[in-house]
Ligand binder design. Sequence first.
Ligand SMILES: Cc1cc2nc3c(=O)[nH]c(=O)nc-3n(C[C@H](O)[C@H](O)[C@H](O)COP(=O)(O)OP(=O)(O)OC[C@H]3O[C@@H](n4cnc5c(N)ncnc54)[C@H](O)[C@@H]3O)c2cc1C
Length: 263
Amino acid sequence: MDAIETLNAAGLNATLDFLGEDVRERDEALRVRDEYFRLLEAIRSRGVRSNVSLKVTAMGLLASEEFAAENVAAIAVEAQKNADPFVRIDMEGSAVVAATLGIFERVRAAHTNVGPVLQAYLKRTPADLEQMLALGARVRLCKGAYGESAEVAHTSMPVIRSAYLRMAEALLSRGNYPAIATHDGRIIEAVKAYVAERAIARDAFEFQMLYGVRPELQRRLVSDGFRVRIYVPYGTHWAGYFYRRIMERRENALFALGSLVRK
Ligand SMILES: Cc1cc2nc3c(=O)[nH]c(=O)nc-3n(C[C@H](O)[C@H](O)[C@H](O)COP(=O)(O)OP(=O)(O)OC[C@H]3O[C@@H](n4cnc5c(N)ncnc54)[C@H](O)[C@@H]3O)c2cc1C
C-alpha cells in the first residue's frame, strides 16, 4: 500500500496482483480468493488508486473451470464496493488461453467490471481480438511472457512487434478503453503517433508497465498527459513471475538483486 501511495503521488495508477499460479487444491484457491477480498478492502480503506489483476490458475482452474469462474465472479462482486471496481484477468500459457477467455465471458455476462489480456505473440490472437472487440471487452494487450512453441506463437521479435502494433491500432480505434502494456519504446512512440494522427483522446486508453521497470519513462508519459497504470505484484510466490522477467531481459535479475540489497 505504501508503494501504491508513492506511485499515486507521481500521477500513476496501479493494479495489484497477489503472486501465485497453478494452484491445484481447492482450499488453496479459496485462500487466494480471500486474499483478494482483503486486498480490495485495503485499497478501499487506504483510499489508493488501484484495481486488481488475477490469474485463473490461482483461482483453481486446474481443479475445475466452473470453480475458478465462481471465484473470479466473487472477486468481481467484492470489487464493486471500490472506487475502481475493475478486475483484470491476466493471460497465462497457451494451454489455458481458451479456458481463460471462457471464464472471462462467463463472468462478464453477469459482472461487466472484468477484462481479459491478449498476447500479441500467439497466432490465435487476431481471431480472439475480433471476438473481444465484438463483445466490447476492455482488453490489455501485451507481447506475451510464456515460453511457447513456434507452432502456436511467433518467435521473432520484429514479427511480434508488428502483430502488437496492428492489434493496438485496432483496439485504439475500435476498442473499449484498451491498455497498451509494454516497455518497448518503439511501440510506445508508434502508439503516440497513431493517437495523435487520429485525434484519439489521451483518456481513451492507458499505457501499462511493470513496477520498477523504466520508472523514468512511466513518469515522462504522465507528464506528457497520458494515463499510466503500474502492475504491482506482491506475495511470497514470486518464482514464476521472477523467472519470466529474467527470460525477457537478463538485466532484470541485477535489478531485482539490487532491490533486495537496498532492503
Ligand atoms: C502491465 C503489464 C501486464 C502484463 N500482463 C501480462 C499477462 O497477463 N500475460 C503475459 O503473458 N504477459 C504479460 N505481461 C508481460 C509481457 O507479455 C511481456 O513479456 C513484457 O512486458 C516484456 O515485453 P515488452 O513489450 O515490455 O518489451 P521487451 O520485449 O521486454 O523489451 C523491448 C524493449 O523495451 C526496452 N526495455 C525493456 N525493459 C527495459 C528496462 N528494464 N530498461 C530499459 N529498457 C527496457 C528495450 O529497449 C527493449 O529492447 C505484462 C506486461 C505488462 C507491462
